[in-house]
Design a protein around this ligand. Structure first.
Ligand SMILES: [Zn+2]
Length: 208
């Protein structure tokens, strides 16, 4: 269970996570580990705990099953959206030999667009600087809107393109690229990076 979490913690220290509030988007995506097939958000209560711990909903907020479903779909939509930051174009899903899911489901971006239309943001001009806030705060739907507002804020501040998901199908772990040239491709060179290189080496030997 602790697998990807513990592994993530070790390279998070080395590489660092996204700055707040973009980190909440990164952490939401990583509540679902494809590699270890662990999902930290299995029930509406799991989700409420997760949102409350990040002040995205107040204590006493409720979560209907439809709202839970919406957040899970938004999470995979955000994974697909972030995947475009680590490829020339959003990667097409591929079928893996062992039937592991790729982790990027590109049509989830369309579903995210539908969710975004139902999660309105307004410009709060009373705050300095003005910022996008949910029209309906203190609800799970408001938390989804807040997360989308963080995407907009991150695009405006220039941090968005550094948030990536691992290029390895079947991994797609989210990480923040702190490298100077913004060229980090894998969640971890020790795991996915070396595996990809070894695979490419074998391919070349087979072909050659
Ligand atoms: Zn990876």
């Amino acid at each position: 269970m602790a697998g990807h979490g513990a592994q993530a913690a070790s390279f998070v220290e080395e590489a660092g996570t996204a700055p707040l509030p973009l980190r909440w988007v990164e952490e939401l995506i990583n509540t679902h580990s494809l590699v270890y097939r662990v999902d930290l958000l299995r029930t509406p209560d799991d989700l409420l705990d997760w949102l409350r711990a990040r002040d995205l909903v107040p204590a006493g907020a409720n979560c209907a099953p439809t709202e839970f479903d919406q957040v899970i779909r938004a999470r995979e939509g955000l994974r697909a959206l972030v995947a475009a930051n680590n490829a020339a174009a959003a990667p097409a899903p591929v079928r893996l030999a062992d039937d592991t899911p790729d982790g990027v489901v590109t049509q989830m971006r369309d579903e995210l667009a539908d969710i975004a239309r139902a999660a309105p943001l307004v410009l709060d001009v009373a705050s300095t600087p003005p910022r996008l806030v949910p029209l309906a705060p203190a609800t799970v739907g408001g938390a989804v809107a807040a997360l989308l507002g963080m995407v907009a804020e991150s695009v405006a501040s220039g941090t968005w393109s550094r948030l990536k998901v691992c290029r390895k199908p079947g991994c797609r772990w989210a990480y923040y690229d702190h490298s100077r040239n913004r060229a980090r491709t894998w969640c971890s060179m020790e795991t996915c990076g070396n595996q990809a290189k070894a695979h490419a080496f074998r391919q070349r030997r087979t072909v050659g």
